[in-house]
Write a protein of this length. Structure first.
Length: 502
């Protein structure tokens, strides 16, 4: 089993989607229970990664490789490091909560909805396991299909516009990556990522490849200025789609930088690190102000995701400045580690925030902030969770939202105090738009008769929000297991930053 553990993780949810789909619309409860069983089994299998993966040595482990397209020297090659393991665990954990969260909410074709979620989960795991560039690209692109279906069928009134914008942005970005991969294949004769990392390239070649990868992964993160598809996709997506999109799919952009930009084009990445740092700071500061004026709760949290993901790209590329210009590998490790913790933390915090908005929407069928007010008077338990996740979104110490951001800010200070100052400014802006949201939704007198009739969260909703809350607090108070899991892999990545190809 352990020899094919990664393949099992990828294909178990994909295969499990078949009986869920066959359950049909006549047996919705069967489809729900089958999908939950598959999601739980996938999470249980993913837990075996923890004892099987040796976090002390790092590197790519649990490798599988089979010839896929012999004529092109393409392999079905899988392996994971500590970063991959953490992201896979995030994916399988969120997968269970998304199924439970949609249990009573999705009444139209629930079997198709659940099947699409399971297929999407398997494809996202495939992205985190692939060590062949073409296989990575296939998983990277295939993810678009189930998410396109989820938004297009179960989305809001402007779902067609949102799905087309989402698909066009992400697909167009991926075309540049494919061109870059074809160029690398013609030079190396293989798509193996380890071989491509050792391939000698001139600075001009690296520069073109860097921008090809930057466009592809910047859209996925998303970075300014290619972020505009995200708010529309979030607003129109069903709650489960928003949770998966924010919690996992955005992380694939950051993960792509680690697997492609850093090892394959290190000199160009160092040369253009200032550009990514600048775009990251714009995301952190400017997008925070954009979030401040939003009237739709989902749109506000979507823009906050762009700002928080700015810390991920900042932490990754600030490491180049620290290693290449100062030789400060300790601070570089801190920044890179902070970026990784921020990716995992944001997965739980943003997923929880969108789940809370889904709870309100299920009762009132509106996401406009002005339609609420005084919710905590009728939904005290919901108010407790909402405030907790809002504090994590602000970066309050003791929550997971603080840990990664603080590590990135410390590393940024070692590189340049001005960068740290702008990065830290997000704590003020983040508190402004998040607390402003909480004040208008939760506090005050109940003035809307529909709000007065709202019922507090039920057992199913408590389970979902409680699970998110537990992880947010555990990582905030005791991040050591997470950082230890990724530490050796981060250390090896930082060592790669110092390698010059030209």
């Amino acid at each position: 089993m352990f020899n094919h553990l990664l393949s099992l993780l990828i294909w178990l949810p994909v295969a499990g989607a078949v009986p869920v789909l066959l359950a049909g619309s006549d047996r919705p409860n069967l489809a729900r229970w089958l999908s939950l069983l598959v999601a739980i089994l996938t999470f249980a299998v993913s837990l075996f990664l923890i004892p099987q993966y040796n976090g002390d040595t790092g590197g790519m482990q649990l490798a599988e490789s089979h010839v896929w397209i012999a004529a092109l020297n393409v392999h079905y090659a899988l392996a994971v490091d500590g970063i991959s393991v953490a992201l896979i665990l995030l994916t399988t954990f969120v997968g269970i909560l998304v199924i439970i969260g949609a249990w009573e909410v999705i009444q139209d074709k629930p079997h198709q909805y659940m099947a699409a979620m399971l297929v999407l989960e398997g494809l996202m795991i495939g992205v985190f396991c692939a060590t062949d560039a073409l296989l990575f690209y296939v998983f990277f692109e295939a993810m678009l299909i189930p998410m396109f279906i989820l938004i297009g069928i179960w989305g809001g009134p402007r779902r067609v516009y949102a799905t087309l914008k989402f698909f066009i942005y992400t697909f167009m970005g991926s075309i540049f990556m494919l061109i870059g991969l074809i160029y690398l294949y013609l030079k190396a004769g293989t798509f193996d990522l380890h071989t491509l990392a050792t391939l000698p390239l001139t600075l001009q070649e690296q520069s073109w490849l860097f921008f090809a990868f930057l466009i592809a992964f910047a859209v996925k993160v998303p970075m300014v200025p290619v972020h505009t598809w995200l708010p529309d996709a979030h607003v129109e997506a069903p709650t489960g789609g928003s949770v998966v999109l924010a919690a996992v799919m955005l992380k694939i952009g950051g993960y792509g930088f680690l697997r492609f930009s850093l090892p394959i084009v290190p000199d160009a990445s160092a040369h253009f690190a200032w550009l990514v740092i600048l775009l990251s700071l714009i995301a952190v500061v400017y997008i925070g102000y954009v979030a401040l004026v939003q009237e739709d709760m989902k749109k506000l949290v979507a823009y906050s995701s762009v700002a928080h993901m700015g810390f991920v790209t900042l932490g990754i590329f600030i490491a180049f400045m620290l290693v290449r210009e100062q030789g400060n590998t300790d601070a570089a490790r801190l920044g890179m580690q902070g970026a990784m913790v921020q990716m995992i933390s944001h997965g739980f915090v943003s997923g929880a925030m969108f789940s809370c908005i889904g709870v309100l929407y299920d009762r009132m069928h509106t996401r406009l902030i002005k339609d609420y007010g005084g919710v905590i008077n009728v939904m005290p338990w919901f108010g407790f969770f909402y405030v907790l996740f809002a504090m994590a979104n602000c970066g309050l110490p003791g929550t997971s939202g603080f840990v990664g951001e603080f590590m990135v800010i410390l590393a940024s200070f070692s590189a340049n105090p001005w960068i740290a100052l702008f990065a830290a400014f997000t704590l003020i802006i983040g508190a402004a738009y998040t607390l402003w949201l909480v004040k208008r939704v939760l506090w005050g007198e109940v003035t809307n008769s529909h709000v007065a009739e709202m019922k507090d969260i039920n057992g199913r909703e408590t389970l979902v929000l409680g699970a998110f809350a537990a992880l947010v607090l555990i990582i905030g108070v005791w991040p050591e297991p997470l950082t230890h899991l990724m530490d050796s892999s981060v250390t090896q990545l930082v060592q790669l930053l110092a390698i010059h190809k030209v």
